[in-house]
Design a protein around this ligand. Structure first.
Ligand code: HEM
Length: 196
């Protein structure tokens, strides 16, 4: 009679032990799969007086005057027209009467180099440079320019720039860049001594 009872008891114990083992495994498994502690969440908000501001990429630097004038090619074209305008201008053309052939080409080239340098060509990678006082040497001039000749020259330069569709801003920027040469080029009469 007791054998079936023992058998049943044994079965119950085995089942009980299995439950314990299984529970133990679950505990171990749970312990090893413990989730990583959560990182604190950082929210970055740039605010200006309470309003969110979008940070935009910096705009590219503005093109140099040299680039806006069309680099060496563009400058060479309008200098060519500029000289033609001066040759046709009765208020100026006596100055160019004897400037022909190689001399004329040298004057144009030096003017292109001067404008290239003054408009920021070297900073933009152009290989332009000029030695000052080239006009005196090329032209063999006996006198500096008169004030009216300088003004006429700037007007003829402006006509050339217009003809080559150079914008107003560029025209003004070039005029300011070249304006500093006025005192060297123009015969500025010494002021008369004040009367006693
Ligand atoms: C935008 C264009 C020009 C600029 C910025 C300019 C600038 C100058 C400068 C800095 C000087 C004094 C130093 C030197 O001899 O190189 C000068 C002198 C002179 N330039 Fe120009 N020039 C220009 C165009 C011309 C042109 C097209 C002529 C044509 C004949 C000319 C005729 C003269 C003369 C006669 C002198 C006097 C030279 C002397 O000191 O004896 N310039 N110019």
């Amino acid at each position: 009679m007791w054998l079936p009872y023992v058998g049943a008891l044994m079965k119950a114990r085995i089942a009980y032990a299995s439950v314990l083992v299984a529970a133990g495994l679950v505990v171990v498994a749970c312990a090893s799969k413990k989730p990583a502690p959560k990182e604190p969440t950082v929210t970055e908000t740039i605010s200006d007086a309470g309003a969110d501001v979008e940070v935009e990429a910096e705009p590219p630097p503005p093109a140099s005057l040299f680039e806006r004038l069309g680099k060496e090619e563009g400058i060479t074209q309008f200098v060519d027209t500029f000289i033609k305008n001066l040759q046709a201008d009765t208020k100026f053309n006596k100055r160019l009467a004897n400037v022909k052939g190689a001399k004329l080409e040298k004057l144009k080239k030096d003017l292109v180099d001067q404008i290239c340098v003054e408009s920021g060509g070297p900073e933009a990678g152009a290989e332009c440079k000029y030695e000052g006082r080239f006009m005196r040497e090329i032209l063999g001039a006996k006198s500096k320019l008169k004030e009216e000749e300088w003004t006429t020259m700037l007007l003829d330069l402006r006509t050339a720039l217009e003809e080559h569709k150079i914008g107003d801003n560029e025209q003004q920027d070039l005029a300011s860049a070249l304006g500093k040469f006025r005192d060297d080029a123009v015969d500025v009469k010494a002021p008369k001594p004040a009367k006693p």
